[in-house]
Ligand binder design. Structure first.
Ligand code: AMP
Length: 306
């Protein structure tokens, strides 16, 4: 089974109340692939500049991550800076330097065109469409998007939504896309635009999964140390889809387990700056946290009359 991710590989500068990290390796495809590679082989489609050297590539080293679709273009790598206050749920973008990302035209290597799962990270919807055109067969397509595309390219985004199975977005984006404040109603409105499944990420408040009939809720794992929330959403997506790419059925039970694996991976991501925690994460730690999630949320039914 295989998974293809199209997204950003970046240099991030991150300021949180607990410290600062300058020009560390980040990007949606980076976080996604580190998480998904816990479960399955990952094929990365992204672009970097000439400033992205061996030291940076080492972040992906020793993992089942194929960089055959990582293009090296003349110029500088995409750079992003963000700052968090004590409310780690909201952040301010300090700068976005697109650099080589500005003219990025993703090209899937021939061996990537038949894939089990395709994840289109948060990029321009018309580029997401271009990638979809290149895929010859797939079981599942999932996308992320953001307020910028909802506001500036609504028609292109609608065209993408008609062709995908799963959308992963945060709660404010869901409300904006559906033009509906109530999240339950917003979810149904988004599903009516095309996707069968919808995942709404709510940061410290956990995540909601909507399929045709059911809603499933998972909390965020209660942690004593949270250093840097950057990448948690993409890491969640990597854990969620990576688990499904192992050949899991897309039924309610399989999807629930995938949501918990996604939440487990996201919880590791925020424990240290950048990709540091994910780089050294072991399979045993992932399984242990999955089981802790089960204990955390399990409760017994009541007896009649109780
Ligand atoms: P998340 O915290 O999951 O939303 O993802 C944060 C990551 O997204 C950072 O590592 C950034 O490098 C990357 N990022 C931020 N803005 C953009 C953008 N406009 N396009 C692509 N990637 C971005």
């Amino acid at each position: 089974m295989s998974i293809v991710v199209v997204g950003s590989v970046a240099f991030d500068t991150v300021q949180t109340p607990f410290g600062r990290a300058e020009a560390i390796v980040g990007g949606s495809a980076t976080y996604f692939s580190l998480a998904a590679s816990q479960f399955t082989a990952v094929n990365v489609v992204a672009v970097v500049g000439e400033d992205f050297g061996e030291r940076e590539l080492a972040v992906f080293g020793g993992k089942q991550i194929d960089l055959g679709g990582l293009e090296r273009a003349p110029g500088k790598t995409f750079r992003w800076g963000g700052e968090y206050s004590y409310d780690l749920n909201s952040r301010e973008t300090l700068f976005t330097e697109l650099n080589v990302f500005e003219t990025f035209q993703p090209k899937l290597p021939p061996s990537y065109r038949q894939t089990d799962i395709l994840f289109l990270g948060n990029i321009h919807p018309s580029i997401q469409l271009q990638v979809l055109e290149q895929v010859e067969s797939r079981r599942l397509v999932a996308i992320d998007t953001m307020n910028l595309w909802i506001e500036t390219t609504p028609a292109e985004l609608r065209a993408v939504l008609k062709r995908v199975d799963i959308v992963l977005i945060n709660d404010s984006e869901a409300r904006e896309l559906a033009r509906e404040f109530n999240l339950m109603r917003a979810a149904r409105a988004i599903q009516a635009m095309g996707p069968r499944l919808l995942v709404i990420k709510r940061g410290e408040n956990g995540v909601l999964l909507f399929n045709e009939e059911h809603v499933f809720v998972a909390p965020a794992y209660p942690l004593e140390t949270v250093f840097d929330p950057t990448g948690a959403g993409d890491t969640f997506a990597g854990g969620f889809l990576g688990y499904l790419a192992q050949g899991q059925a897309l039924d309610d039970e399989g999807l629930r387990r995938a949501i918990v694996f996604g939440s487990a991976l996201g919880s590791f991501c925020v424990e240290d700056f950048g990709t540091r925690r994910l780089e050294k994460l072991t399979r045993d730690e992932v399984v242990d946290r999955y089981r802790r999630f089960k204990r955390l949320t399990h409760f017994e039914d009541i007896e009649p009359g109780e």
